[in-house]
Design a protein around this ligand. Structure first.
Ligand code: ADP
Ligand code: MG
Length: 545
């Protein structure tokens, strides 16, 4: 037997569980059933791919067992199991992207407000067992391993790990429940009625049978295959939690169905809160692929473009092979068509939120808008649809964002362009002398402060036939004919001065000219139309270019 130490992040998370922050401790069972279900999915897939694998897949299932006299509760599956290395890596460390960031934010938030909503953003997983147990024993066997493994821990700094000769295929997790007179006042989790209630509430849609006393206690109905009118909000919310690990209810549920030559059903969700890994390099994509109710893969990039990575859900296609691989998906024309329809549906759902539930739309935009705007660069086909659901800060209001349609509706007589200015912050933009002439004319200016803004404004030609025009670049064309000839006369009058200034500033500037932009500042520096902007320049420098 070996005693090993938990990785430090794992230890921190365990401490959070032991001194539990969750009011709802019942959810530990959901996590264990969910892991068992994943393990069964994996075994089935593995057996499709590897015909030589010696495993029995005839009766894949999950069993929950309790022993009131011993105060133990066991969740067992005959799924893929884990090798010894798997156990050390998967249970002893936390490999998930964003864990460190999550723990940091959690600490900051707890010291700020004492609340812990944030933890809902993070799949609490296996460690949640320690909310209700003071010791956990896991026995597991992987089909490729010769022997089984027993893992045990009290959730403190260490765990033990040992070989087991006669472990059955799959995994069993046994919780040694905390004493019931504990200050936590835990319900009796060995009580069959309690177990049944929790499984029904959280895991009813799990496609594998969950058995208690020889009886199946979940209905195993895939939500996306049931008539929409029969599925309750709570059921959708539970399912969303299952696939997203986000404990908040989804902001919007989207269902789609296609019949005919290529049949599929989709159940998609828009989040109320951005996933923590939204801007991380190895963040998740979100949509799972099923074929006829059988789970095929997570994070299916072929079904949802990167800029919609905050969309979570399931797509169940009837006409694909269970053996389908990423390579096949990438080349499949039907998949491409399906993806196109999914994208359009997501964008149109956001659009209808905008008109029917403006508060929810604003919430969504605040959470995921910066990701969505990436689509302006990558998805030319849907550019207009994306522009329609974008919102921006503008000089029209200090607090409210505006849509482009609203901007256009306020455009002044004779105004041809949508004016914008990019910068690090609203204050920086507002204090810029570039805004003065437009302000004087009463023109509204969009204030763009996200990094991505610099890039899309250069590549998106127009909205509703109105081109985007930076107020910081080139000649902003604001003059009438009269003003123009007056300006020409002035330029002549000041020609000598300008020539002299140009000589003095030769190393610094390309040109010196009179401007009609400024009303209160004496001078300002502008970029050429084709020059990169100062913010982009900074970005390139930061990237080492
Ligand atoms: P998550 O399920 O989000 O990955 P968990 O903490 O719930 O995180 O589980 C960590 C990992 O441990 C899982 O990803 C899986 O690889 C492994 N694991 C947990 N339970 C089981 C199980 N019953 N059978 C096989 N592997 C499991
Ligand atoms: Mg899990």
């Amino acid at each position: 037997m070996e005693t090993l130490e938990f990785q430090s992040e794992a230890r921190q998370l365990l401490q959070l569980m032991i001194h539990s922050i969750y009011s709802n401790k019942d959810t530990f069972l959901r996590e264990l059933v969910s892991n068992a279900s994943d393990a069964l999915d994996k075994l089935r897939l593995e057996s499709f791919r590897d015909k030589d694998m010696q495993v029995d897949t005839d009766d894949l299932h999950i069993v929950v067992e309790s022993d009131p006299s011993e105060r133990t509760l066991t969740v067992r599956d005959n799924g893929i199991g884990m090798t010894r290395e798997d156990v050390v890596r998967l249970i002893g460390t936390i490999a998930k992207s964003g864990t460190a960031e999550f723990l940091k934010q959690l600490k900051e938030q707890q010291s700020a407000s004492g609340s812990s909503d944030l933890i809902g953003q993070f799949g609490i997983g296996f460690y949640s067992s320690f909310m209700v147990a003071d010791k956990v024993t896991l026995v597991t066997k992987h089909p490729h391993a010769e022997k089984g493994v027993r893992w045990e821990s009290t959730g403190e700094a260490t765990y033990t790990i040992d070989d087991v000769d006669d472990a059955p295929q799959g995994t069993s997790v046994t919780l040694h429940l905390k004493p019931s007179d504990d200050e936590d006042k835990l319900p009796d989790y060995t009580e069959p009625a309690k177990i049944r209630e929790i499984v029904k509430r959280y895991s009813d849609f799990i496609t594998w049978p969950v058995r208690l006393g020889g009886e199946d206690i979940n209905s195993r109905k895939a939500l996306w295959a049931r008539p929409a009118s029969e599925v309750t909000e709570e059921e959708y919310a539970e399912f969303y939690r299952h696939i997203s690990h986000d404990w908040n209810a989804p902001l919007e549920t989207i269902r789609m169905q296609a019949e005919g030559t290529f049949e599929y059903q989709a159940l998609l969700f828009l989040p109320a809160q951005a996933p923590l890994d939204l801007f991380m390099r190895d963040g998740k994509r979100g949509v799972q692929l099923y074929v006829k109710r059988v789970f095929i893969m997570d994070d299916c990039a072929e079904l949802m473009p990167e800029y919609l990575r905050f969309v979570k859900g399931v797509v169940d296609a009837a006409d694909l092979s269970l053996n389908v691989s990423r390579e096949i998906l990438q080349q499949d024309r039907q998949i491409q068509l399906m993806r196109r329809r999914l994208v359009k549906k997501v964008l149109s759902s956001i659009k209808s939120l905008q008109s029917s539930r403006p508060d929810d739309y604003r919430k969504l935009w605040g959470e995921v808008g910066a990701a969505l705007k990436e689509g302006l660069l990558s998805d030319h086909d849907n550019r207009d649809a994306i522009l329609e659901v974008c919102s921006f800060a503008s000089t029209h209001s200090d607090s409210e964002l505006t849509t482009l349609a609203a901007y256009v509706s306020r455009m002044k007589e004779g105004q041809e362009h949508i004016y914008y200015m990019t910068g690090d912050s609203r204050v920086a933009v507002e204090n810029s002398p570039h805004l003065e002439a437009l302000r004087a004319k009463g023109y509204e200016v969009l204030i763009l402060t996200d990094t991505i803004d610099e890039m899309w404004v250069d590549s998106v030609p127009a909205f509703d036939g109105k081109s985007f025009q930076s107020v910081a670049k080139g000649q902003v064309d604001l003059e009438t004919e009269e003003e123009k000839s007056a300006a020409a006369a002035k330029a002549e009058e000041f020609a000598a001065l300008l020539e002299w200034m140009k000589g003095v500033l030769e190393a610094e500037v390309k040109e010196v000219r009179l401007s009609s932009r400024l009303t209160t500042s004496p001078a300002c520096v502008v970029g050429d139309s084709y020059d990169i902007t100062p913010t982009l320049e900074k970005m390139y420098k930061a990237m080492g270019q």
